[in-house]
Design a protein around this ligand. Structure first.
Ligand code: DAH
Length: 338
C-alpha cells in the first residue's frame, strides 16, 4: 500500500517536470485529484483494508493529497500569470476613462451647404432641388445660351446620349422652378455639377454649387447687394468686405463677379488671394429678360436677381484648405478635423 503512495508521488514529480502550460497543469489536476483520479482510486481501497489499518492509511492518503494539491496549484498559478485571461472582464479596470462611441458627422461640404441654407432661410429663401441628369434645354437654351454661342464652352459638360447631359451648373434649377411657380420666387438650390476639367488642386470633374434666385416686382441690383452682403458677413465674418466686378453671364444682365477680402490673410496678401487681398467667390446678376421669356414670365412686370457659388471654393477659403481633392478621398485624418 505504502509503496503505491510513494509511486504516485514519484510519478507526479516526474510528470511535473514536463509541464509547461496551464492546460498541462490542469490535466495533471484531473489525473491526480479528479473524480476518477489517483487519490480517489486510493480512497476507494480503504473499505477493503482491515479495520485497524484504515485510519492510518486514510491519514497518509490525506497528507499525500495535500502535497499533490500544493504542487499542482503551484503549477497552475505559475502558468496562469503567463496567460491572457479568456474573459476580458477579469482585467476590467474601472478607473480607466470610458471609451466614447464615435458618432459620425456631416462631410465638410454638407456642413457648408447646411450653413448656407441656414443664412438664406433667415432671409426667407426656400431650398429647391433639380436633377443632375438634364437636357441641353435646361443647361443651355433656356438660360439664354443658344447652340452656337461661344459661352457654351465655359459651361461644357459630359453628354450622356443625344441632348441628355450632366448639368454643368445649378442655374438649371432656376428654369425648373420658374416653370412650376409664379413669382414671388425666393429659392436657393444646392447640388452637384459636372465639368470635363482635368483634376488638380483647384479643379474637379464634379463639384457642388449653390444657386440663388429671387424674382418679384421691383427687385433691384441693390437688393442683390444687400442679400449677398448679409450672406458674406454671416458666413465669413463681420469684418469681411465685398466688392462687385462687372462680368458676363448669358443668363444675367448686368452681371457681376463678387469678391471678398481674403479671409485667410485678412487682405495682407497670401498665395490664396495671389497677394491681391481679394478672392472671387461667386457670380451674380439681374435675371436676363430672355430667361423670363423662356419660362413665360412678364419681363415688364417682374425683375429678379440670381447668383451661383462654388461650395468647395468657399469651404476652402473659410478653412484654408489648399487642395480640392481632399474633399473626395474619404481620408478620416482630413474629414475628422471639421
Ligand atoms: N452658373 C454660373 C457658373 O456655374 C454661376 C452663376 C453666375 C450663377 C451668375 C448665376 C448667376 O445664377 O447669376 O459659373
Amino acid at each position: 500500500m505504502l509503496d503505491k503512495l510513494e509511486r504516485i508521488k514519484g510519478n507526479l514529480q516526474e510528470e511535473t517536470k514536463a509541464i509547461n502550460t496551464l492546460k498541462g497543469a490542469e490535466q495533471l489536476r484531473t489525473k491526480y485529484l479528479g473524480r476518477k483520479g489517483s487519490i480517489n482510486d486510493l480512497m476507494k481501497l480503504i473499505p477493503t483494508l482491515p479495520v485497524e489499518k484504515r485510519a492510518a492509511y486514510g491519514q497518509q492518503i490525506n497528507s499525500l493529497k495535500i502535497e499533490i494539491t500544493d504542487i499542482i496549484e503551484g503549477l497552475i498559478k505559475k502558468f496562469s500569470s503567463k496567460t491572457i485571461p479568456k474573459n476580458k472582464t477579469e482585467i476590467f479596470d474601472i478607473t480607466l476613462p470610458g471609451k466614447r462611441p464615435s458618432i459620425g458627422k456631416s462631410h465638410p461640404l454638407t456642413q457648408t451647404i447646411d450653413d448656407i441654407k441656414e443664412v438664406f432661410a433667415r432671409l426667407g429663401f426656400d431650398v429647391a432641388y433639380g436633377p443632375e441628369v438634364e437636357s441641353e434645354y435646361y443647361n443651355f437654351e433656356a438660360l439664354n445660351i443658344p447652340p452656337d454661342h461661344p459661352s457654351r464652352t465655359d459651361f461644357d459638360t459630359f453628354y450622356i446620349k443625344g441632348d441628355i447631359l450632366l448639368r454643368s451648373q445649378t442655374s438649371t434649377v432656376q428654369i425648373r422652378i420658374m416653370e412650376k411657380q409664379e413669382p414671388p420666387i425666393r429659392i436657393i438650390a444646392p447640388g452637384r455639377v459636372y465639368r470635363p476639367d482635368t483634376v488638380d488642386a483647384r479643379h474637379s470633374f464634379m463639384f457642388h454649387q449653390v444657386e440663388g434666385l429671387l424674382v418679384d416686382e421691383g427687385v433691384s441690383f441693390a437688393d442683390l447687394k444687400g442679400v449677398l452682403n448679409q450672406f458674406i458677413k454671416t458666413y465669413f465674418g463681420q469684418d469681411i468686405k465685398m466688392r462687385f466686378r462687372p462680368s458676363f453671364f448669358p443668363f444675367t444682365e448686368p452681371s457681376a463677379e463678387v469678391d471678398i477680402s481674403c479671409s485667410l490673410c485678412r487682405s495682407k496678401g497670401c498665395n490664396v488671394c495671389s497677394y491681391s487681398g481679394w478672392v472671387e467667390i461667386l457670380g451674380a446678376g439681374m435675371v436676363d429678360p430672355n430667361v423670363f421669356k423662356a419660362v413665360h414670365y412678364d419681363a415688364e412686370k417682374y425683375t429678379g436677381f440670381a447668383f451661383g457659388m462654388g461650395v468647395e471654393r468657399i469651404t476652402m477659403l473659410k478653412h484654408g484648405i489648399g487642395d480640392i481633392r481632399l474633399f473626395y478621398e474619404n481620408d478620416m485624418r482630413f474629414l475628422s478635423q471639421f
